[in-house]
Design a protein around this ligand. Structure first.
Ligand SMILES: Cc1ncc(COP(=O)(O)O)c(C=O)c1O
Length: 363
């Protein structure tokens, strides 16, 4: 794109344009986006249709969806004044950044992590500090404390995507209580881990916890996320969010999801068991290094060219994620945990790919 033609764009867009891309060839085994492999039962989809049918589609949803927010708050066991709802947690992250970041401000985003954080922060002109994860991909509390000292915001995914690592709760408590930065803890994969920072939100006005229904609740296609923070901070974040951001279909689906949480999350134990099984089998594979994960995906490295390995598996109908372009992950791929038969197909495809793709010469 010629800058002379489009003078109206921000300078940083030239670097970012096309930054959030995803190559998604059609494959029968889709393990590339950390989705839940089990779709909603038809009866629950029908319940959502019934809810939506009863409503007036010509009217805007409530200006502030108080009842709906109260229902989400009850589910999370927090006060409704602490909850903001959004069209996916990505939307709320955007609102948090719009409310806090601008040129001249620093944000700590330990790398490698979810790509969107850095893209959005740079779009808003903020300076991104990338320290915080050690070479073993574990959070480094001392490095985070130092980096947070002159930063406005610190963003941590726990479990982190794509590494699967988690922040130690005692470290987090210390960091949030001893620094003045805003700490954003993205718990998109909370249900696969089980530890949360929600309790800390009650006493720490500089902490925000993000949750999504895209993963454990198998609702990625409907877009719903929420954030929990101190009520005073919430008023400020709410001002940075678009009005009417949630449509009536999403709200109806979330109400059904909460009502039937036990059914929708019923497969979690199986997904976690499968995560451990696939980890064990990858560990036993010669030339494969797999990182411990508390989420519904695994990060692994081999001595083969990752793109060639990815392509070889695609050719056998298995789609994983090539994350070798992420900082520090030059040899890595990420695989979501699917149904047992999908995981078996992945393991077989990887075994074949390793025989097909020759080792890379050591540099
Ligand atoms: C760490 C992390 N946060 C957030 C999201 C997206 O959440 P949502 O679908 O609620 O926008 C993802 C999706 O992969 C993710 O990995």
């Amino acid at each position: 794109m010629q800058n002379t033609t489009f003078r109206f764009f921000k300078e940083q867009l030239a670097r970012l344009a096309g930054g959030y891309k995803l190559d998604v060839p059609a494959c029968p085994v889709k393990l590339n986006q950390n989705e839940n492999p089990y779709d909603w039962p038809a009866t629950l989809k029908q319940a959502v249709f019934e809810h939506v049918r009863e409503q007036d589609w010509n009217r805007y949803p409530p200006f502030v969806p108080q009842e709906f927010t109260a229902r989400v708050a009850r589910y999370l066991n927090v006060d409704p004044t602490q909850v903001l709802v959004g069209n996916g947690s990505n939307e709320l992250l955007y609102a948090i950044f719009v409310a806090t970041l601008e040129t001249g401000r620093k944000v700590v985003i330990p790398q490698p992590t979810f790509t969107l954080y850095k893209l959005l922060a740079e779009l808003l002109g903020a300076q991104v500090i990338t320290t915080g994860l050690g070479p073993d991909m574990q959070y480094d509390a001392a490095a985070l404390e130092t980096a947070a000292r002159d930063a406005s915001v610190v963003v941590l995914a726990s479990p982190n995507n794509p590494t699967g690592s988690v922040i130690n709760p005692m470290d987090l408590e210390h960091l949030v209580q001893t620094t003045s930065a805003l700490w954003v803890v993205d718990e998109a994969y909370f249900e696969f881990h089980g530890e949360t920072a929600l309790e800390l939100v009650r006493t720490c006005p500089n902490l925000v916890v993000l949750r999504t229904f895209s993963k454990a609740f198998a609702t990625a296609g409907l877009r719903f996320g929420c954030m929990v923070c101190h009520p005073d901070a919430l008023t400020m974040f709410a001002a940075a969010k678009l009005p009417y951001n949630l449509n009536i279909f999403t709200m109806a689906a979330v109400e059904v999801a909460i009502e039937h949480a036990v059914t929708l999350k019923g497969r979690l134990e199986e997904i976690k068991r499968e995560r451990e099984r696939v980890t064990r089998l990858l560990k036993a594979s010669k030339g494969v290094h797999v990182y411990p994960s508390r989420a519904n995906f695994l990060l692994f490295e081999t001595d083969r060219n990752p793109r060639a390995l990815w392509q070889s598996m695609v050719n056998r109908g298995v789609l994983t994620r090539d994350v070798s372009g992420y900082p520090g992950l030059g040899k890595a791929l990420r695989v979501s945990i699917g149904r047992p038969e999908e995981n078996d197909a992945f393991l077989k495809a990887l075994e074949y790919a390793i025989t097909e793709v020759p080792p890379e010469a050591k540099s």
